[in-house]
Every structure is written in structure tokens, then in C-alpha cells.
Design a protein around this ligand. Structure first.
Ligand code: SF4
Ligand code: SF4
Length: 497
């Protein structure tokens, strides 16, 4: 008896069927609508607890504030991300890239260890579908196999109530989802204000609500089957020792027909433990038969384990015909926890975490950038000064408004603006304004002069940024003398005439 293979397939061996290409296709190519049975058991119980904790976390993250900002706010229009009390700006691209790579590596690591544990236990699609929308469907339309029992289900009102509850929840979820991108303050204005005053906000809420209705009301498991790329990657992330949901072919085969009476089953030695009852198939949210081996559609939700355990209990067989196990363990080989990828991923993760911490600890209360302003490079003024246009950009990373000053060093008589150089930057805001820099013309040699712009702020913050002021290329004294001589010559010419 061969153990299940680690290779991923979408087709069974018994010839071509539309349903063997995609588990949600009928023979005629139409969609097979899935209404999976609920299979209570220890894994469903565990997943339910995890799901409700995750939903609570999802709602809480944009609401709770730390250091004056939400725990998570991805403020794309303002180009800043608030994540757990830290604010990331466009200048933090390296940090964000490292953070993203760390998230992906963690998922790869978890996949190498436990297969698609993310999909089955923590992905928002699974969490909301299986623990919010599907229970509502069962409540209003009846559980699969037991439909059309009560008045609610037979009257047709059940469907209406289901859709109404879907709409309400989608509407609420759309607001929570948007709270990750728009602050609660602004979102409250959108909610309580007239749609005509906030047409964009109204459109976004309506669009996200409609998208959620479409996803959880119609598209459902298709997200996992055809839209999400993660399932397609899993074959390269797994190995013989990855722990995934598996059917014990050696113990289960040959199958006994489900029509055979249980007492015969117990005494018949020629058959495996599988009674071919299809409970593992009818409970599967992606409609596959785990007995065909690991398939791309399997999201590792463990519903089939609970379903089969209940059957094994009734047939007085040991539980675990379908269980979390590895290919190696099922074929009788020794389970190896330490494998190259299982060691490599956390090693790289640790290195990236170190890099992240070092870069993060190097960030100060503000970022300062000084750029040359647009337009002509300089203007020579009548009072002997040369004006350059600067653009001073200060990012205040603190949760309080901060006062900064700007001054020029290195040139006698140079100044920025009116000389006061005071700049106030609000909490978490980016200040970017043009400023004139005045340098005495006599200080400019060969068309330029190097200066230092000093920006000072709270907590002894100081940045010394070099800047090259431009000016006329000629020697200032010679020009003055030649202008003086030109003036004298013109005087002589006038007196000769
Ligand atoms: S639930 Fe268990 S016994 Fe029933 S068909 Fe699936 S594997 Fe066989
Ligand atoms: S085969 Fe089992 S673990 Fe995989 S998706 Fe179906 S029910 Fe979940």
C-alpha cells in the first residue's frame, strides 16, 4: 500500500472529469455550488477560538492608539505608515522592504513546517467565510443535509434575512477595512456626514461593501482555488517532513462501501478503516477528496479530520485515519524536524530582524532633506546679495508638534529667509516649503560657494547639511572695478561731446 504522494495534483486517476480539473466544476462545466457540512470536533473548536480572537484583533488594530497614532494606519495619501507606535515615511523604504521580506519568510517557514496552516487557521478569507458568513447561512437557510425544515427556510424569508445580514456585516467590515487606510476621525466624518459632502469616501465604502458581498456571498472558495497564488507555490515550499493534513492510505484502503452495515465492518478483516462515507468530502470547504492525496485546493482547515474522527468513533476504530502528519512519517520513515529549509528560514529571519533593529534604532525624531528650488538658479540683487531658492523638507516623526530652526553657517552675512529661520512642524507631518537663501555676492567665487545649512530641533536634534550656493561666475571686485571704469569712460565720452 503506497502512502500519499507529496506531489500536488488536481485530478484523480479515473479518467477526465470536469470536477477532477477543478473541484467546484460540474460535468457540464457549470459551477458546483458548495455547501459544506459542519463537522464539530477538536480542530473546529480550536479554529473557532483562533478565528474570533483574530476578528477582535482585526477590529482593534486601527482603533487602539499608541504614541498618539493608531496601532496600524496605512495612510497612503499622506505617504506614511503607522505600525505599532512607529511611523514609517517614504525615506524608510529599506525598513519597510525588510519588514515585508520578514513577513514572507515567516509564512515560508510556517509552510515548510506545517503546510497551509495560515490558509486554514488565520487567513481573513477563511476566518470570515467559515466563522461569520457560513454560520449565518446555516442559521437562515438550514444546515446542509437538513435544509427546508423550519418555517424560516421554507418561506423564503431565510434567504432574504441571510442577504440582509451579509450586507450589514459587509458594510461594517468595509468600514473596519477602510480604518486601516483612513483614520477613524476622518472615517467618522464620512459615516455621519452627507454623502454629497464626501462623495469619494461614500464611493469607497460602497465599493468595498459590494466587493465583500460579492466575495463572501458568491465568489467564496474560488478565491482560494483560482485567485490566490499561495496554493500554487506550496509544492516548492513543502518537503517529505512537512506536517500537513493527510489520509492514511495504508490504513484506510481498500475502502468499504458506506452501505455496508457496521457490524460487518467490525468483523471484516479484508477491508481498510475507510467506509467510503464521503463525510470528509462533504465537509470540505473546497470540495476535494483528501483521499486522492495532497491537492492544490487543500487549505489545511482540518475539517476532514474532525469529520473522519467522528466516523472512526462510531465504527469503533482508532481516530486519525485523516490526521496531521508528514509523508515520511506515513511511510514509516523517521520524522526529521531539522531540515535545511527549516533551519535556513529562521537564520535569515534572525539576520533580517537584527538589520531591522539596527536601522530602526538609527532613526531620529526627524528627517531633513534640503533640495535646490525650481526656477532660475540664482538672482543677483541690487543690495549686493545673491538669492538662491531652497526647498527645506522636515519629517516630524514625533507624536507632538515640534519647533525647528534653520540657519546658514560658513559664510559671513548669509541668511535664510528673514533670518529668524523658525519652522513649526505638526505631529507626524511632513513640512516642505521653499526658502530664499541670501549670500553676499563678494563671498561667491567662480560662480559658487559651499555653505552649511544647520537645522536644529527638540531633544538636541541637529543636522548639518552641505549646500552649494550659486552666483555670478565673474570676480566680484573686478566686476565692480570694470563697472566703475565703464562708468568713468561713459562720463569722459559725454564730456568730450
Ligand atoms: S470520512 Fe473517513 S471513513 Fe469517511 S470517507 Fe472520509 S476517510 Fe473514509
Ligand atoms: S481536504 Fe481537508 S484540510 Fe483540505 S481543505 Fe478539505 S477539509 Fe480542509
Amino acid at each position: 500500500m503506497k502512502p500519499a504522494d507529496v506531489s500536488i495534483s488536481s485530478a484523480s486517476d479515473d479518467g477526465f472529469k470536469a470536477s477532477s480539473v477543478l473541484s467546484t466544476l460540474n460535468e457540464d462545466g457549470s459551477r458546483r455550488w458548495l455547501t459544506p457540512r459542519l463537522s464539530p470536533g477538536r480542530f473546529l473548536h480550536g479554529r473557532r477560538i483562533v478565528a474570533y480572537l483574530l476578528i477582535a484583533l482585526f477590529v482593534t488594530l486601527p482603533l487602539v492608539r499608541l504614541h498618539g497614532f493608531p496601532l496600524v494606519l496605512l495612510d497612503i495619501p499622506a505617504r506614511r505608515f503607522h505600525i505599532f507606535g512607529r511611523t514609517f515615511y517614504p525615506t524608510d523604504t529599506l525598513l519597510l522592504a525588510v519588514l515585508l521580506v520578514m513577513v514572507f519568510l515567516t509564512i515560508f517557514w510556517l509552510t515548510a513546517l506545517f503546510g497551509r496552516v495560515w490558509c486554514g487557521w488565520a487567513c481573513p478569507q477563511t476566518v470570515y467565510m467559515e466563522f461569520v458568513f457560513r454560520p449565518l447561512e446555516r442559521l437562515f437557510e438550514g444546515a446542509p443535509g437538513r435544509r427546508a425544515k423550519g418555517w424560516l427556510q421554507t418561506s423564503g424569508y431565510g434567504k432574504i434575512l441571510k442577504l440582509a445580514s451579509y450586507l450589514l456585516i459587509s458594510f461594517g467590515l468595509a468600514h473596519v477595512f477602510l480604518a486601516y487606510f483612513v483614520s477613524w476621525d476622518l472615517l467618522s466624518q464620512w459615516v455621519f456626514g452627507s454623502p454629497w459632502k464626501h462623495p469619494l469616501g461614500f464611493f469607497v465604502v460602497a465599493f468595498v461593501t459590494a466587493a465583500m458581498m460579492f466575495n463572501f456571498g458568491y465568489f467564496r472558495e474560488q478565491v482560494c482555488l483560482v485567485a490566490c497564488p499561495y496554493g500554487r507555490f506550496q509544492s516548492v515550499m513543502l518537503d517529505r517532513h512537512s506536517i500537513i493534513v493527510r489520509y492514511d492510505r495504508g490504513r484506510g484502503e481498500p475502502r468499504r462501501g458506506s452501505t455496508v452495515a457496521l457490524p460487518i465492518l467490525e468483523s471484516g478483516p479484508k477491508h481498510g478503516d475507510c467506509i467510503d462515507c464521503h463525510m470528509c468530502v462533504t465537509t470540505c470547504p473546497t470540495g476535494i477528496d483528501i483521499r486522492n492525496g495532497l491537492q492544490m485546493e487543500c487549505i489545511g482547515c482540518a475539517q476532514c479530520i474532525d469529520a473522519c474522527d467522528a466516523v472512526m468513533e462510531k465504527t469503533h476504530k482508532p481516530k486519525g485515519l485523516i490526521r496531521y502528519s508528514s509523508q515520511a512519517a506515513m511511510s514509516g520513515a523517521k520524522f526529521k524536524i531539522l531540515r535545511p529549509r527549516v533551519v535556513l528560514y529562521p537564520a535569515v529571519l534572525a539576520a533580517l530582524a537584527g538589520l531591522f533593529t539596527i536601522v530602526l534604532s538609527g532613526t531620529s525624531i526627524a528627517d531633513v532633506t534640503i533640495l535646490r528650488g525650481p526656477g532660475q538658479p540664482f538672482t543677483a540683487l541690487a543690495d549686493g546679495l545673491v538669492e538662491n531658492n531652497l526647498r527645506i523638507k522636515i519629517i516630524n516623526r514625533t507624536a507632538a508638534a515640534a519647533d525647528f530652526t534653520a540657519e546658514v553657517q560658513g559664510v559671513e552675512g548669509a541668511r535664510i529667509g528673514d533670518g529668524s529661520g523658525k519652522l513649526r512642524v505638526d505631529a507626524g507631518q511632513i513640512y516642505a516649503e521653499p526658502f530664499p537663501l541670501f549670500v553676499p555676492r563678494g563671498e561667491i567665487k567662480h560662480g559658487k560657494r559651499d555653505v552649511f545649512i544647520i537645522i536644529r530641533g527638540p531633544e538636541q536634534f541637529e543636522r548639518r547639511i552641505p549646500f552649494t550656493a550659486l552666483g555670478p561666475a565673474g570676480d566680484h571686485k573686478q566686476e565692480e572695478e570694470s563697472e566703475h571704469k565703464d562708468g568713468e569712460t561713459r562720463e569722459h565720452e559725454r564730456s568730450d561731446h
